[in-house]
Structures are given as structure tokens and as C-alpha cells.
Ligand binder design. Structure first.
Ligand SMILES: [Zn+2]
Length: 324
């Protein structure tokens, strides 16, 4: 059974490719952090090495269990080592030694490189030849946070499969199936921006959820505040926010939810998170909603262009519409 959730189209493509023998020698899963790349990469590894089922992982046989324990003789994992910022050349050299050996237990070898965008440039360069023409009976699987972070030379040697954010309702259902109460699941599904892995991690860390809720609430308080109070709110935000991009993501998601709610479009499930714009008890004209989203993205661009964070936040907060 594949453990991946929500990427059925990619999964079906992989199952068909394995069945037809048309899977590339090198497969790259690209997509945002925590969206499910690693789960799918392990699924594919097990689907290729499982001795009990032809095109799917069973997770019970010696091969599947060996992959989970990272002790399968034909499975080689390359990932960022603790305390390091990049994947080193000698890790790629070790992978190359592994792929040169004949498969020992399964019909082929599988090598998995997690976060390939973290490969040192010379390590990435060294990998090219292996990606281009791996010895027979080898499949290489890579994951990366974005295709744009990888050199074109590496991309061109891989079969690229893009994983996109999941619909909010999909994340919420998956959380509820794991026993997360509905209200929490609704909030986390919205805050996750479609990244189930993030939502699952956050569901196990109540302090993270509280922190995220406070950031969303800061927007609601801003909309209800006058100018003087807004200046004070900026000070609070500067104290509390460590990642302004995340703040802006959450605020944009709030506006999106507010807009959908005003238009009567149901994006979440019953019990949609009230923290995300569905029950705020005030009205904001629809044209102000699009201006607000535009202003948030402007502030984001300014900060990327090295404008002072305080100045960008102050300008944004003072220009957001007032609730009536
Ligand atoms: Zn198996």
C-alpha cells in the first residue's frame, strides 16, 4: 500500500510506469517543503524493491522493512547530515560506489537523494554522470524543494514529477483520520497551505498551533484597530514574528478564506476554522480584499529587496482596510 496522501495522479503515473518498465533511471520529485515528496519517494523505493507485490509496496516483506530501517543492501540513502548545511562530495562518491555494485537481494538497486537542492555544486557536478548513465539495474530518486534550485544540467537528466499543495479539505480529512479534533484540524489545514507533512507535525505541537493562531489573530485585531493602535501592533509583531514570509502567507490565506466565505464558496469542511476568516463579525468591501492581498505581496517584495522590515510592516499595517 502506498502511504502517500493526496498525490494520486503522480502515484498512478508511477504505478503505470513501473508496470510498463518505462520509469526513468532518475526520477525527481519537486515541490514545496512538507508537501509529501519524501513519503512518495520511499513509496516508490519500496514499490521497486518489494518482493511480495510487483508494483506496490507491501511494507511487510523483508525488502520493505529493510527500507524503513534503512538496512536494505540494495537501498542507498543520501541526505543532509546533522550539523551540515549541504550534501558533500564524499556522500556522492559513496553513492557512486554503491551503484557500481551488482544488486544483492532485489532485482535492482535504488538510491534516494533527499533535498538534492542542498548538494554542494561540485557534488552535484559529480552526480551528473551517474544520473546520465547509471550502471544497469539502478534507479535514482531525488527530491527537491523547487526545480529552480537545481542546475539545468541535473534537471535535464531526470524525469521530473511536480508535487503541488493539497486542497484544504484533503489535509483536514487526513488530520481528522489521525484523531485530530475537527476544529484543530480545520485550523491546521488552512494554516498548512496544503502541506500535509507540516500539518501533521503542527498537530503534535500545540505551542506551534497557538503561535500560528496568534499571527492570524493579529490581522483581525489590525483590521479592527485605529491608526494609533495599529502602530503599537507593529511593535508587537516585530517582537513576536521570526519569519515575516510565514506571517504574510498566513495573512494571505486568511484573506482568501474571508473572500471565499463572503462569496459563499465552501473550501473547507463543516466546522471550517473560525480563525480563518469565516466568522469575524465584521464586513470588508470585496474590492478592499484584493487591495489588501496586493499590499501584503508588495510588503513581501520590499523586504526581499532589503527594505527595512519595520518600515514595510508599518506601511502595510497602516494601509490595510478598516473593519466596519
Ligand atoms: Zn514488500
Amino acid at each position: 500500500m502506498w502511504q502517500s496522501i493526496g498525490h494520486e495522479r503522480v502515484q498512478r503515473f508511477l504505478q503505470r510506469a513501473i508496470a510498463r518498465g518505462s520509469l526513468g533511471h532518475a526520477v525527481l520529485f519537486a515541490g514545496p517543503e512538507s508537501v509529501g515528496k519524501q513519503t512518495l519517494a520511499f513509496d516508490l523505493t519500496a514499490a521497486l524493491l518489494c518482493s511480495r507485490q510487483p508494483h506496490d509496496p507491501c511494507w511487510e516483506c523483508r525488502d520493505c522493512k529493510g527500507i524503513v530501517r534503512q538496512q536494505h543492501p540494495d537501498f542507498h540513502l543520501v541526505q543532509l547530515e546533522e550539523g551540515r548545511k549541504s550534501i558533500r562530495m564524499d556522500q556522492v562518491a559513496a553513492l557512486q560506489r554503491a551503484v557500481s555494485l551488482r544488486p544483492y537481494q532485489a532485482p535492482q538497486r535504488v538510491s534516494l537523494i533527499l533535498d538534492a537542492h542542498l548538494l554542494q555544486p561540485e557534488a552535484s557536478q559529480r552526480l551528473l554522470k551517474t544520473l546520465e548513465e547509471p550502471p544497469p539495474h539502478n534507479t535514482l530518486i531525488l527530491t527537491a524543494a523547487s526545480m529552480h534550485l537545481l542546475p539545468q544540467t541535473l534537471l535535464s537528466r531526470c524525469q521530473v514529477l511536480r508535487l503541488t499543495a493539497l486542497p484544504r479539505r484533503r489535509v483536514q480529512t487526513a488530520l481528522e483520520q489521525r484523531g485530530v479534533p475537527q476544529e484543530s484540524a480545520a485550523f491546521l489545514a488552512a494554516a498548512s497551505l496544503g502541506r500535509l507533512g507540516w500539518a501533521i507535525t503542527a498537530s503534535m505541537r500545540p505551542e506551534l498551533r497557538e503561535q500560528e493562531e496568534a499571527l492570524v489573530q493579529a490581522l483581525v485585531r489590525t483590521l479592527q484597530a485605529d491608526r494609533a493602535a495599529r502602530t503599537a501592533l507593529v511593535e508587537e509583531l516585530l517582537d513576536e514574528v521570526s519569519d515575516v514570509d510565514r506571517l504574510f502567507d498566513l495573512w494571505c490565506e486568511w484573506w482568501r478564506s474571508y473572500l471565499l466565505h463572503q462569496l459563499g464558496v465552501q473550501d473547507g469542511l463543516d466546522g471550517d476554522s473560525s480563525a480563518f476568516g469565516s466568522e469575524v463579525g465584521f464586513d470588508i468591501p470585496l474590492q478592499d480584499v484584493s487591495t489588501a492581498i496586493k499590499r501584503i505581496n508588495e510588503a513581501r517584495e520590499w523586504i526581499r529587496a532589503n527594505v527595512n522590515v519595520r518600515l514595510a510592516l508599518e506601511t502595510l499595517v497602516l494601509h490595510l482596510p478598516e473593519a466596519s
